[in-house]
Design a binder for this molecule. Sequence first.
Ligand code: PHE
Ligand code: ZN
Length: 884
Amino acid sequence: MQLRDIQGQPVAIHREDYAPPAYWIDTVDLTFDLDPAKTRVLNRMRIRRNADASNQPLRLHGDELNLARVLVDGQGASFRIEGDQLVLENLPDAFELEVFTTCQPAKNTKLMGLFVSQDTFFTQCEAEGFRRITYFLDRPDVMASYSVLMRASKDQYPVLLSNGNLVEEGDLADGRHFAKWVDPFKKPSYLFALVAGKLVAREQRVKGRSGRDHLLQVYVRAGDLDKTEHAMNSLIRSIVWDEARFGLSLDLDRFMIVATSDFNMGAMENKGLNIFNTKYVLANQATATDADYANIESVVGHEYFHNWTGDRVTCRDWFQLSLKEGLTVFRDQEFSQDLCAEASARAVKRIEDVRVLRSVQFPEDAGPMAHPVRPDSYIEISNFYTVTIYEKGAEVVRMMQTLVGREGFAAGMKLYFERHDGQAVTCDDFAQAIADANPHSDLTRLLPQFKRWYSQAGTPRLKARGTYDAAERVYTLHFDQSCPPTPGQSNKDPFVIPVNVGLIGASGRELLATQTLVVTQAGETFDFAGVDEEPVPSILRGFSAPVVLEFDYSDEQLLTLLAHDTDPFNRWEAAQRLGLRAAMAAIDAAPGAGAPVLSNDFIEAMRRVLTDTSLDAAFKELVLTLPSETYIAEQLETVDPQRVHAVREAMRARLATALHAEWQQAFEDNRDTGAYSPDPRSAGRRALAGMALVSLCLAARESGDTVWPGKTLQRFKDAGNMTDRFNALHALVSSGHALAAQALASFHAMFKDEALVIDKWFALQAGAPDRGGDVLPLVRQLMKHPDFSIKNPNRARSVIFSYCSANPGAFHRPDAAGYVFWSDRVIELDAINPQVAARLARGLDRWSKLVEPYRGAAREAIARIAARPDLSKDTLEVVTRALQ
Ligand code: PHE
Ligand code: ZN
């Protein structure tokens, strides 16, 4: 495989070009002499020619390795280096290959391969990091048995971990020691891991359903042991859930989680040795918010669930990435929902997931990086760890479950493992197993068409209209579907769209309980008989398909749904539609026309929600949250980001002042949640209390009142947990109150040794509402703060991404200074960590929708990056696509 062509341009890899490997690697015995400056790696492999493949040389991948020696069956062998590859010819059918290399972990700022973080060694091999450790067939369809011998200074690296079981350990001369690990399962190289350093572990022994004993460990730095209980509990819940829901048990004696503060992503599912970003492990009530607790639970679940969906059955090639990621996100979403005691909490989780999908994945699907859930080509695979592969991929799995039912889906999973355990397979194999286990289902009948969800990019539009025949008592729903063009795909064929529908009467009575309609044609009609009155249709309940639903609801109909829909998702959606409608009207109105940004009807509806004692606090908080600026922007043909920002801020201010009394009541009702527990009910109450404080401080800003800011500062000081403390701080900062400075300073002093809390401190300031262009200078200041380091991904995200990617009102400046800052940071990061740089480079994906002067300035900033020589292929791919 050639990475660059003759001109030095990166070359795209195509799914259609897949060919099985020319050789198999059966066993890998690795010996590491760990040293931060220069680690020696001896790699002994048993290799055999693939009888099914044509006779080719063996081409092993490598990246930034120093090669010292190559032996074939113990003899010096002739080899050549071609680009990044080690090439051997004239090999026997089966042989032992020994490769001796060195690498420099301390200099590894890309955090791929073997790297050092806070004096501890970690690895990250997905997708193509193993080649930075040794020469290998670094592709997921080459599965081998690994044994690992690690040697290191005992004093500096007392804990030595790798995949599988510890089979031997002991002391060596010169203060060194060793450990030998053997993984009982074959695995692709991307699941290899090792860790060496000064770590401590929380341990727990548990028994699986069949009586098997497991040792669970969560490894952290010594000072963090008091923040591991929640991760351990989450792991135990994950084990129990996967047995109960899918009959999948833990297949290892030992399961380890290790936390590192330097990590490009959230976490990694290495077999038996998951490596996590500290953000998704460490929590106690003083340092972590409810959102942190919920994220930890779902990420611990996600990585654990990969043990089956990813590790036992893996991907044939990286085009199949969603095979493991879409499925595993679906599983972690279901896990979090199943942990909810109440149906309303399940709905809240669903709404939160859909919000992410629509505000991040829909824009991706409409922009220059749009790609199918199973992409056809890529230049750099790291760029395809996207919300499309993950979140849209999860929606595709969810639709399968909707079409075959929950039990049918579990049966399909069972068949999938019966067929493919121990294999590297494709998305087709998965869909086939689900279908074959449900021979009489709509999925099976429609399988080839259903699979367009894997091959066609773009978000389908589903236009619906309804007619009521009072004489016949028949309600008719007509659907038209279409899908906008995406890069490389101008025409789309119709999708299979499961549409959950119910009907509500004008007085709020449910006339028809949920039914699943399966739309398969470009245009299609469904009749409902025996409908006694003209109904309000509740369409796409639970967001049963990842589409944009258009229905010409009147405001009155939306108010009916908001008040009465039995489907909580559509109840929330009705409020979102009303809010969006108000925003669009205000954006269209001549600036300064003086029309109120929110109608009285809308405000009264929000008042009813806020005071409705039958509704959960968490649900109220979601309903009262207006559609985000990015979501609003997506609905517009051309975007003036400052106008969108100003309108949304005006709407927020109006809700804050108009509902002042209700916000006070909501705060009083929810201010005290007793002894801290991160359960959904208490977390929802804290979220609503927090939102109330934000509103009350905002209203105080309008009126000049000082009482609520004062109360908020007091709450900040007295808070018994991080959620309440941070929410109070947020209220002061986001309302721009003078007391914010003092609270920020004391917050920093309180938590100066807690890196994850300091990340929050940075992020809050870089994400604060802009007042006269003050955020960019502040961001520049923050980058000079002694606690700032661009090399630490979490810290870079907390300052740079919070400003460039999460604060549109401050970032899109008429003077283009935000874009210039962005391009400077992309370039700076690219030399350090291309993966992080390429993610930041996605920040102006939607530039072509912007109005002038933003559009021209954004394009110029992207072009400025693209013009740099020596750009990584990660960043080059992103900016090249953005300019096309
Ligand atoms: N496979 C990881 C997950 O989703 C994500 C990841 C990808 C982590 C690449 C590191 C590198 O669980
Ligand atoms: Zn994953």
